[in-house]
Design a protein around this ligand. Structure first.
Ligand code: TYM
Length: 325
């Protein structure tokens, strides 16, 4: 049965394989047979990126990345969050019913405060309300994301329920779509892959950077001649994402036999990386030569997204008393 799908990615850094396997791969696969909306969440990026040129570039990069991965604008609506003013409008309305406590419990907010790394702005605090608007305006059944976004979808459901019970049935409650095997893609140090941990493998980086990232993956220090542990190995965990079952089994066998070493395991992963992502990387280079096409795709997507968001906003305004006739 056709489902309505909505998701987004922030243009706040280079796309890494955690973003791809954890979310974008599902976005591309779901285009067939579903009604999909995918957004460049550039309003969210303002909480971390404060340079005009940089935000412009990251936005275009993300558009190119998505198209290179196979996003087909004929099959889905691909748009920029900032070009649909209803997101910001809906955020205000939702913020008037969303309790402080709900947002104070958000992991991202608690982390930012504890680490004292990020400046704790009002925008960072209300980030989940903007995300709730992003989702609710499109009435999706499913929101395909990685596990780190699960709480944001729970908050979205809570806010929607609060609105529906305060006024009347207005918003549809979305479900997260998080395939277990890619819920948390590990980084080169074994923690969750994340640009804020500096442990990423960036899909469209130059070859030397990719090689450096892969050859720098942290492993055990088993001597070369001895068998290597297959459980909990970061190299194998990443290889599994790109290789067939038989290839994974063959590599595991080499681990068990010994005399193979982590250097060779990493080289095998590097080769697999290029085999898997090579086509996307080439397509991206081609797309870059035709930026007019990219602008056009986004302009058409923005228009379609505005029409959808507007229809829900009309309902919201009517149900809250903001509309008088
Ligand atoms: P963002 O831009 O940080 O990440 C984009 C997507 O990549 C997933 N992801 C991962 N999945 C598995 N393993 C990892 N190591 C990993 N790292 C990142 C994220 O879970 C996400 O699905 N707030 C969102 C963007 C957003 C959004 C939305 C998403 C804004 N509005 C509405 C869905 C619906 C974010 O910052 O994701």
């Amino acid at each position: 049965m056709t489902k309505r799908i909505l998701s987004g990615v922030q243009p706040s850094g280079k796309i890494h394989i955690g973003n791809y396997f954890g979310a974008i791969k599902q976005h591309i696969e779901m285009q067939d047979g579903n009604e999909c909306f995918y957004m460049i969440a550039n309003l969210h990026s303002l909480t971390t990126v404060r340079d005009k040129e940089k935000l412009n570039q990251l936005t275009l990069d993300l558009a190119l990345d998505y198209l290179a991965f196979g996003l087909d604008p004929k099959k889905c609506t691909f748009f920029m969050q900032s070009e649909v003013p209803q997101h910001a409008e809906c955020t205000w309305i939702l913020s008037t019913i969303c309790s402080m406590g709900l947002l104070e419990r958000a992991h991202a907010w608690k982390d930012a405060q504890e680490k004292g790394k990020k400046e704790t702005t009002v925008g960072l605090f209300t980030y989940p309300v903007l995300m709730a608007s992003d989702i609710l305006l499109y009435e999706p059944d499913l929101v395909p994301v990685g596990k780190d976004q699960k709480q944001h979808i729970e908050i979205t459901r809570d806010v929607a329920q609060k609105f529906n019970s305060t006024y009347c049935e207005t918003f549809k409650l979305p479900e997260p779509h998080i395939p277990e095997e890619v819920a948390v893609v590990p980084g080169t140090d074994g923690q969750k892959m994340s640009k804020s941990y500096g442990n990423t493998i960036n899909v469209f980086a130059e070859e030397p950077e990719i090689k450096k990232a892969i050859m720098g993956i942290q492993t055990a220090s088993t001597p070369l001649e001895e068998p290597m542990e297959t459980e909990g190995c970061n190299v194998l965990a990443l290889y599994k994402l790109m290789a067939t079952k038989e290839e994974v089994e063959a590599l595991k066998e080499k681990y068990r036999t010994g005399g193979f070493g982590y250097g060779n395991a990493k080289k095998t992963l590097l080769e697999k990386f290029h085999e898997y992502f090579g086509e996307f990387r080439e397509k991206r280079i081609e797309l870059e030569k035709n930026m007019d096409y990219v602008y056009k795709v986004l302009e058409e997507g923005n228009e379609k997204a505005r029409a959808q968001a507007n229809s829900v906003m009309d309902r919201v305004k009517a149900h809250t008393g903001l509309k008088i006739r």
